[in-house]
Design a protein around this ligand. Structure first.
Ligand code: CAA
Length: 260
């Protein structure tokens, strides 16, 4: 499928997925959400040799300035709920992806943009990034998982303040609040995200995937995370990579992981 609003490029085995609507500050309209759904459900799982994904926004001003407000006036109770459910499902695909997905936040990450960044496994922010959930200014609430994920990252008190005031956080505040992993000089966010994924790509891929799934299990109210970890640990001990990793340690050499 050819995308109108997503640009997909590969750099050093890492997919750079750019939300490409610079004139609208990369706002997530319905078409962009459909394309994200296609990418994460169909295209990305087929890219077996891919090391991971970096999501960023076109231009230097915005990562993503939210859902597209210009499509809002057609919403009613039913259409609004449908939109939120679809968005949540797409962002869950990102959160549950088996390879690392990092948001390289290069400017405004507001509303659905902040929610997109939070659905990624990690966030690297440029020093000019701004984060916020300003939906209350529009008479709505975050609908793509923001009320849930923001609480996880920054805690109840800070999440409440951010979502009720609509205030924006600077990159350094986001770092202090635990919302982002790193803040870098503007223009360096992509390089930093690539550096992190490159480092992870040297580890055993099945172990990496199982860590991601176990972390998500912690937040799944229907799953016993400790039991999930027991099973996942068992699965990793059954892999060829586990034998290779342990043997390489004993033989004092670098492990050569194959993903089996
Ligand atoms: N939707 C649609 N268009 C948007 C947009 C959005 N979320 N954000 C920015 N744009 C458009 C503007 O309309 C403008 O386009 P035009 O020139 O054609 O009018 C262009 O992008 C540039 O924006 P501004 O002129 O507003 O730029 P600025 O520098 O003055 O302000 C900003 C930047 C502070 C990010 C401001 O654009 C803004 O507040 N945007 C809206 C942020 C927001 O409220 N996001 C939440 C959306 S709701 C949501 O996301 C719900 C959910 O959880 C699913």
């Amino acid at each position: 499928m050819a995308y109108d609003n997503l640009e997909v490029k590969t750099k050093k085995g890492i997919v750079i997925l750019t939300i490409n609507r610079e004139k609208a500050l990369n706002a997530l309209n319905g078409k962009t959400m459909e394309e994200l759904h296609h990418f994460f459900s169909i295209s990305a799982p087929k890219r077996r040799t891919m090391k991971g994904i970096v999501i960023t926004g076109a231009g230097s001003k915005a990562f993503v300035a939210g859902a597209d407000i210009k499509e809002f006036l057609q919403l009613d109770v039913e259409a609004g709920a449908t939109m939120a459910k679809k968005g949540q499902d797409i962002f869950s695909l990102i959160e549950n992806f088996s390879k690392p997905v990092i948001a390289a936040v290069n400017g405004f990450a507001l509303g659905g943009g902040c929610e997109l960044a939070m659905a990624c496994h990690m966030r690297v922010a440029s020093e000019n990034a701004r984060f916020g959930q300003p939906e209350v200014n529009l008479g709505i609430i975050p609908g793509y998982g923001g009320t849930q994920r923001l609480v996880r990252y920054v805690g109840k008190g800070k999440a409440t303040e951010l979502m009720l005031t609509g205030d924006l956080l600077s990159a350094s505040e986001a770092l202090q609040w635990g919302l982002v992993n790193h803040v870098v000089e503007a223009g360096q966010e992509l390089a930093k995200a690539i550096e992190i994924i490159t480092k992870i790509s040297e580890k055993a891929p099945i172990a990496v995937a199982q860590v991601l799934h176990c972390i998500n299990a912690y937040y799944d109210k229907d799953v016993d995370g400790y039991a999930f970890e027991v099973d996942a640990f068992g699965r990793t001990t059954g892999t060829e990579d586990f034998k290779e990793g342990a043997t390489a340690f004993i033989e004092r050499r670098k492990a050569n992981f194959t993903g089996k």
